[in-house]
Write a protein that binds this ligand. Structure first.
Ligand code: SF4
Ligand SMILES: [Zn+2]
Length: 343
């Protein structure tokens, strides 16, 4: 993509995001929850913490077309004390749930290893708190450096770095997602992580804007296969419509439809033999702003996708059926123009 296109996208998104004026409380995590998921080490309970930080630097420049995280992050820097107060609140939530999860997944609205988002002393204390657990932290690949990863690996039982790769296709990542790094940069980060004994999780964005339904399926299948050569776990995230994003604006003008759940099923079916654990948990599924089918079958298909993600048993994907599959097939065949969803 030319710089002009990137500049135009960034400018457009800065404008959209400027409408967000609410600020979050820096002493409260944005979200905390307990659920279950599967990793190469097996199935287990997970504590997920979304920390409130001042967010992703790229998002401030304009950022990715689907990412509403900037709408959740703090306007100013969050200091180490506030970060640790957020940690205490997350632990309190876990205690209230009556569990001690073997997995802890930590997100910021950006990068866990960015010292501007999380001061190093807070990062160290957070990791030390989970010294006997398996810890997943999200990071952009450029923050994955030998010394930072070695330090983190020594503080926890098992470290996994999660990278929002979105797609293995550099053109789609640049032109549809407006994300700045290339696949090679992801491979470099994955190699650093593996060299230090950490594992790697790749997040893929299924159906970024400007792709048809069938293009989105092919992009996701290709991306799962290609990223699985470098990642231990691949998570296929169907795009959902978040506020303060370009996707939201397109959706509002009937220029974007989140993927069909049948498409998610197809991607999972076609990537069963990929050399990594492949999972998907469609956010906002069934609603107009998340992956959905006709409304009648959405819960069944979502349950099948979730069951597959927890067990890897492909039989569960065969079970759901519905009359709307016909319409979905017609969409795959006939939708040819960008930004012209048919159903
Ligand atoms: S997806 Fe990641 S890199 Fe892109 S704007 Fe959001 S937080 Fe930043
Ligand atoms: Zn249906």
């Amino acid at each position: 993509m030319s710089m002009e296109t990137s500049d135009a996208l960034n400018e457009s998104m800065r404008g959209i995001r400027a409408r967000k004026d609410r600020d979050a409380n820096p002493d409260e995590p944005i979200r905390v929850w307990v659920d279950e998921d599967r990793s190469p080490e097996g199935r287990g309970k997970s504590l997920t913490i979304v920390f409130n930080t001042d967010g992703c630097r790229w998002a401030r420049a304009g950022g990715c077309t689907m990412c509403g995280y900037v709408g959740e992050s703090n306007k100013g820097a969050v200091d180490a004390d506030s970060m640790l107060t957020q940690l205490d609140k997350a632990l309190e939530h876990e205690r209230d749930e009556g569990v001690e999860c073997e997995n802890v997944k930590m997100y910021t609205s950006g990068t866990f290893f960015d010292r501007r988002e999380i001061p190093p002393e807070a990062r160290h204390e957070i990791l030390d708190t989970f010294s006997d657990r398996r810890v997943v932290v999200e990071t952009l690949p450029d923050f994955v450096e030998d010394d930072v990863i070695q330090d983190a690996v020594e503080r926890v039982r098992k470290l996994c770095i999660a990278v929002g790769l979105e797609t293995a296709d550099d053109h789609v990542r640049r032109e549809c997602v407006n994300k700045y790094f290339e696949f090679d940069e992801f491979v470099r980060a994955a190699n650093v992580a593996h060299d230090h004994g950490a594992t790697v999780k790749a997040y893929l964005l299924m159906k970024p804007p400007f792709l048809t339904e069938s293009e989105a399926i092919e992009d996701a299948v290709y991306s799962v296969r290609k990223s699985a050569e470098h990642a231990d776990l691949v998570s296929v995230n169907p795009c959902n419509v978040q506020r303060y994003t370009l996707v939201d604006r397109l959706h509002y003008r009937d220029g974007y439809r989140p993927p069909w759940l049948w498409s998610v099923v197809e991607v999972l079916q076609r990537t069963q033999d990929a050399p990594a654990v492949v999972v998907s948990r469609p956010v906002g599924s069934g609603g107009d702003r998340g992956a959905h089918n006709c409304g009648e079958c959405d819960d069944d298909v979502y349950d099948a996708v979730t069951a597959y993600s927890l067990t890897g048993d492909a039989d569960v994907l065969e079970r759901p059926d519905c009359g709307c599959k016909k319409k979905w097939r017609a969409v795959l065949e006939r939708e040819t123009a960008w930004r012209a969803p048919l159903g």
